[in-house]
Design a protein around this ligand. Structure first.
Ligand code: RB5
Length: 143
């Protein structure tokens, strides 16, 4: 799968580890930064990932900040982007199965590396259920 990943200063270490993990699983991962603990503004990185999705350059996105919240809030302002901020495996699966989430947002101050890897795997491995959920996802985008 073509995956785009980005983080702010709070999430860059977890982002690096998750990018490596997803590559080890066979995915093509584009890393849009940031790459240091120097303070940056998370909305810039969320938008960059969203643009890769809306342009069709990537199938899924992963965003990491301190909480996962600001990244998800920003990404969800973009038409066609459905970001889910999760910290449990059930939600990581369900955001795919019922909501067709194309972005997973994680909080580096919320989850450790082991759980974050599990969340990413659950998210990437779960297909959208479609049917009645497709109608509901369509309603998310309704004007
Ligand atoms: C940065 O301190 C922090 O606000 C950011 O990483 C994120 O948690 C925002 O939602």
């Amino acid at each position: 799968m073509k995956i785009v990943i980005a983080a702010d200063h709070a999430g860059f270490e977890l982002k690096n580890a998750l990018a490596e993990h997803m590559r080890s699983l066979g995915h093509e991962v584009e890393d849009l930064g940031t790459d240091s603990s120097q303070s940056v503004d998370y909305p810039d990185f969320a938008r960059a990932v969203g643009e890769r999705l809306t342009s069709g350059q990537a199938e899924r996105g992963v965003l990491v900040c301190g909480t996962g919240l600001g990244m998800a809030m920003t990404a969800n302002k973009m038409a066609g982007v459905r970001a889910a901020s999760v910290s449990d495996t059930f939600s990581a699966k369900m955001c795919r199965a019922h909501n067709d989430a194309n972005v997973l947002a994680l909080g580096s101050r919320v989850v450790g590396l082991g759980l974050a890897k599990e969340l990413v795997e659950a998210y990437l491995e779960t297909d959208f259920d479609g049917e009645r959920h497709a109608r509901r996802v369509g309603l998310i985008e309704a004007p």
